[in-house]
Design a protein around this ligand. Sequence first.
Ligand SMILES: Cc1cc2nc3c(=O)[nH]c(=O)nc-3n(C[C@H](O)[C@H](O)[C@H](O)COP(=O)(O)OP(=O)(O)OC[C@H]3O[C@@H](n4cnc5c(N)ncnc54)[C@H](O)[C@@H]3O)c2cc1C
Length: 379
Amino acid sequence: MADGMKILIVGGGIGGLTAASAFRLAGADVNVVELQSDWKVYGVGIIQPNNALRALDQIDVAEACVDAGCAFPGWRLTDLNDNLVAELPSATGGAPHLPPNNGIGRRTLHDILLARAESLGANIQLGCTLESFEQDAEGVDVRLTNSDEGRYDLVVGVDGISSQLREKLFPGVYKQKFTGQGVWRYNLPRPEGFDWARVVFGKNSKAGLVPLASDLIYIFLVTPEPGNPFFPDDELHVLLRDRLAEYGGLVRDLREIVTDPKEVVYRPMEPVAVDGPWHKGRVVLLGDAVHGTTPHLAQGASMAIEDAVLLADMVAADGDMEAMLTAFTARRRPRSDLVYKTSLQLGEWEMAEWEDRLPPDANFGAVMGQALDALNAPI
Ligand SMILES: Cc1cc2nc3c(=O)[nH]c(=O)nc-3n(C[C@H](O)[C@H](O)[C@H](O)COP(=O)(O)OP(=O)(O)OC[C@H]3O[C@@H](n4cnc5c(N)ncnc54)[C@H](O)[C@@H]3O)c2cc1C
């Protein structure tokens, strides 16, 4: 069915570029419109758990990601002074031929996804987006901001967590809401022998270190940020260093080389989730636009990638478009809800722990383990 179909993809991020390749492989004509006039991909890393690699394998880029990134077996949990508290190997249940996790620079991932989409013949237009559309039962008439007009069989909105297309489809219904936490990220040289990712529990924050390449790791720091403050760009390195002051061991050593404010990526956690359906007529949303999660399970990109490959698969099967898009939301919701709700729960417990009011039945390990195991099930 996708053979010869015309698909417009709005947004050239992780989900959009994956969808472009998946739809090209299914035989569709693909046009991607990306708002930015040149690619501005920030430089920190992405954790790719096994289920993300499994989905990327469907567009034949999983191996390229592993080659360009750094596979790691799981997570070591330590106290502030590097004393090992627990070692948690990750499962490879979803795709045993691929590593349990891969760390990769976001720009490297972008280059791989873009090259794949272009090599498969997707048309990609930068500095351009959807201006307006009208649809009937058979298709969508679209006008782009560069004045191009066209008729498409399907419009796929993958324009990220602040999605304008979500607002066009469901005006005023879904708003991002600040959770009380922010996350700081910074790239650093990889210490000798640093092969596992690490989580270090502070008294008032949580730090993590993730291998990204033979010579590179990144640090993330989850902090309480009451009131969702604005931070001036030129002070970000000082603010991150302040927040790392309680850490000893390896994190203390690495803190000394957090010196460049331009390399700090800070994001307040402002998740949003669309209940469903994720479509109206022949316009469907996926990725962060419908399930912009907090990062506690490192599954945001995985969910966008899984959405993209499944949607292309389902569109390729014969059938009624409305029924197929309804079925698409129904298949994706349990997984994206699991990630979204578990991540919110973990964030709430972290804040409770930092304020010494953790409920006695809170069990971080069990909740994370159950969610990650469930995600190894087929999509
Ligand atoms: C700093 C950081 C670190 C993260 N680390 C991880 C991680 O380790 N593992 C993980 O799984 N997830 C991680 N995530 C989450 C992950 O990045 C997202 O879940 C993922 O990028 C979602 O993909 P997407 O395609 O839906 O959105 P995006 O990748 O955000 O892409 C949206 C694209 O749409 C474009 N766009 C926006 N508006 C328009 C418009 N109106 N018209 C056209 N184009 C538009 C944007 O410019 C962008 O290119 C991280 C997020 C951040 C911010």
